[in-house]
Design a protein around this ligand. Structure first.
Ligand code: PGA
Length: 260
């Protein structure tokens, strides 16, 4: 399976022209890399203009979505709108949204709605520093609880094919945007957590073989230490995805890890 590298641009950049420049710079390299799948998750105002065009080698995603498809929901964007705009992926439950009040119950509704609309949700889970300080076992319990709540009661009939679209990103909150090369954990810890997440997902009746990504200050310096493991199916990249050269280095590492 190709590694999946997802760029989370967050609330950047501030102009369409800058977004277009960045997409073009990533695309030049993407067209050359055959063993990696690249998804760019852009802010809404730039997303649909860009996703309507065809950029060879690139796929597009949103960073959020609502759970209803139409109605009186001022300011919201529906799964169907995204699907009809050529958007294929959507990040759901990012810790930066959870921090603003998004609950597991809301995330659960969003997962169901996006799967039904034929989108590929990238569900983010991950523990806080206080939990991690208690050890890896405590972190695993926290993540297990999130997964169980976020994926609660997905219909099992006529649904299994849709559920294969699910992607999970393990993003320990304490590792996001720290930009530290010297991290308090070892890459093997993330591997162990990702294996654990896969074992939970495998035990559910509706899940086949979801990709599980790692996220949290991934750079060209540390990408190989995660992507070298075949169990880590890719990366969710924030800050480093805003610099084309840096992001392209990460996609090359993913491309080569897959061939190795
Ligand atoms: P980061 O962000 O790579 O800047 O840590 C990752 C994320 O928040 O998805």
């Amino acid at each position: 399976m190709k590694k999946l590298i997802v760029a989370n641009w967050k609330m950047n950049p501030d102009r369409f022209s800058k977004a277009e420049l960045l997409v073009n710079a990533v695309q030049k390299k993407a067209a050359l890399e055959k063993n990696v799948k690249i998804v760019l998750c852009l802010p809404y105002p730039w997303l649909t203009d860009i996703s309507h065009k065809k950029y060879k080698g690139l796929n597009f995603g949103a960073q959020n979505v609502f759970w209803e498809n139409n109605g009186a929901y001022t300011g919201e964007v529906s799964p169907t709108m995204l699907k009809n705009s050529g958007v294929e992926y959507v990040i759901i439950g990012h810790s930066e949204r959870r921090r603003l009040g998004e609950t597991d119950e809301i995330i659960n509704k969003k997962i169901k709605a996006t799967l039904k609309a034929g989108l590929k949700p990238i569900l983010c889970v991950g523990e806080h520093l206080e939990t991690r300080k208690k050890g890896l076992a405590a972190a695993k319990n926290f993540v297990k609880d999130q997964l169980n709540k976020d994926l609660k009661n997905l219909p099992t009939t006529n649904y299994s094919l849709l559920v294969t679209r699910l992607i999970v990103a393990y993003e320990p909150i304490w590792a996001i945007s720290t930009n530290k090369n010297a991290r308090p954990d070892k890459p093997e810890d993330s591997l162990e957590m990702i294996q654990f997440i896969k074992s939970i997902l495998a035990s559910k009746p509706y899940t086949l073989n979801p990709r599980v990504l790692y996220g949290g200050s991934v750079t060209s310096q540390n990408a190989k230490s995660f992507l070298q493991y075949k169990e880590i199916d890719g990366a969710l990249v924030g800050g480093a995805s805003l610099k084309a050269e840096e992001f392209n280095k990460i996609t090359v590492i993913a491309n080569n890890a897959n061939k190795a």
